[in-house]
Design a protein around this ligand. Structure first.
Ligand code: ADP
Ligand code: 2DT
Length: 213
């Protein structure tokens, strides 16, 4: 009997209001419409014990030392790895709203944090088969509404984060695809859907790889 084909691990990254959440939801629906199992995850997952500590920090209800919160964001991914592997091996594609790349981009945008230090705790996580970077200028993002009130939601910090994402994308060990997020929701979706279905075809007969290793 032929072994069951695995699902693909697809990550959406980008700055605030680039459309990640909108597109993740639409992508899961599209996979299901073509008969492929798909499941949506987001990081941070604020529902776990670790996720609640992170959520309180992001809402400015508590303070955490910068290295400590970075490691908590990473731990919040590691705690989901058994579930992620199980779903992928069952043939379910995972669509993930933010992953380790947000972890590195946000912490390394703080003073005195190197990209190298920031990557270390996430080395060995399940490696995405595709990372879609929704690129949007700060001016276009501003037209989509005001910043919220959470930590990191200021234009100066978001600009530094954007610079870090651009640096991370120079690495060719990760399958980055840049999508112009200034197009209409349907146009962005059509691009993302095409890239994602072809990533699934390429991934389904291959083992799950390890990130940054
Ligand atoms: P993110 O998860 O990246 O912060 P969201 O998906 O929550 O972004 O979208 C932020 C806001 O922008 C929402 O009000 C959403 O309806 C709107 N939006 C998303 N994509 C587009 C688009 N392509 N064009 C115009 N508005 C968009
Ligand atoms: P949203 O829930 O609105 O996406 O905001 N972040 C995220 C980090 O600093 N490190 C991480 O590892 C991850 C996944 C990005 C979550 C905020 O938390 C930041 C914005």
């Amino acid at each position: 009997m032929a072994a069951c084909k695995r699902g693909a691990l697809i990550v959406l990254e980008g700055v605030d209001r680039a459309g990640k959440t909108t597109q993740c939801t639409k992508l899961v629906e599209s996979f299901r419409e073509v008969g492929r199992a798909a499941h949506l995850l987001r990081f941070p997952d604020r529902t776990t014990t670790i996720g609640k500590l992170i959520s309180s920090y992001l809402e400015n209800k508590s303070d955490l030392e910068d290295h400590t919160v970075h490691l908590l964001f990473s731990a919040n991914r590691w705690e989901l790895v058994p579930l992620m592997k199980k779903k992928l091996e069952e043939g379910t594609t995972l669509i993930i709203d933010r992953y380790a790349f947000s972890g590195v981009a946000f912490t390394s945008a703080k003073p005195d944090f190197s990209i190298e230090w920031c990557k270390a705790p996430d080395v060995g996580l399940p490696k995405p088969d595709l990372v879609l970077y929704l690129r949007l200028s700060p001016a276009a993002a501003a037209q989509r509404g005001e910043f919220g009130t959470e930590r990191y939601e200021t234009s100066g910090f978001q600009q530094r984060v954007e610079g870090r994402f651009e640096q991370l994308m120079d690495e060719n060990s990760v399958n980055w695809q840049v999508v112009d997020a200034s197009q209409s929701i349907d146009e962005v979706h059509d691009n993302i859907k095409r890239l994602s279905l072809s990533a699934l075809t390429a991934a389904e007969d291959r083992p799950i790889a390890e990130l940054w290793r």
